[in-house]
Structures are given as C-alpha cells and as structure tokens.
Design a protein around this ligand. Structure first.
Ligand code: FES
Length: 65
C-alpha cells in the first residue's frame, strides 16, 4: 500500500528504510522523499515510524520530528 503517493513510496519500503537506520522524519525525507511534496503523508509516515521503533524496543523517535 502506498503511504506517499507523490513519491510512490509503499509502507514496505518505509519499513525497510526504517530498519536500515532511518529513524527520524528527516532521514526518511532524505532517503525516500516522503513528505517533501504535498505533505499529506507526513502523519502516516510519522505513525509508522513510531510504531516500528516502539515495537523494536523504543528508540525514542517519538520525541524526534
Ligand atoms: S503524499 Fe507524500 S508528499 Fe504528497
């Protein structure tokens, strides 16, 4: 499923990129280009980031933006 329609980024691509160490919104913007066009995906990207990091033992990314 597409998370970011503007950049054609799927939730799977997002999960892989987070697992590879992109654990901030800034890193995900740089790596995938999410939330760099219309910005409508930002909330969903942040939500997936927080869920992924939270289930991986809590990397405090919820406090980052
Ligand atoms: S949907 Fe991600 S920038 Fe538009």
């Amino acid at each position: 499923m597409y998370v970011c329609v503007c950049q054609a980024v799927t939730s799977k691509q997002l999960a892989v990129t987070i697992a590879q160490g992109a654990t901030t919104m800034k890193a995900l913007r740089n790596e995938l280009g999410v939330a760099t066009c219309c910005g409508k995906c930002a909330r969903d990207v942040r939500s997936q980031l927080q869920q992924t990091c939270g289930s991986a033992g809590g990397c405090a990314c919820a406090a980052r933006s």
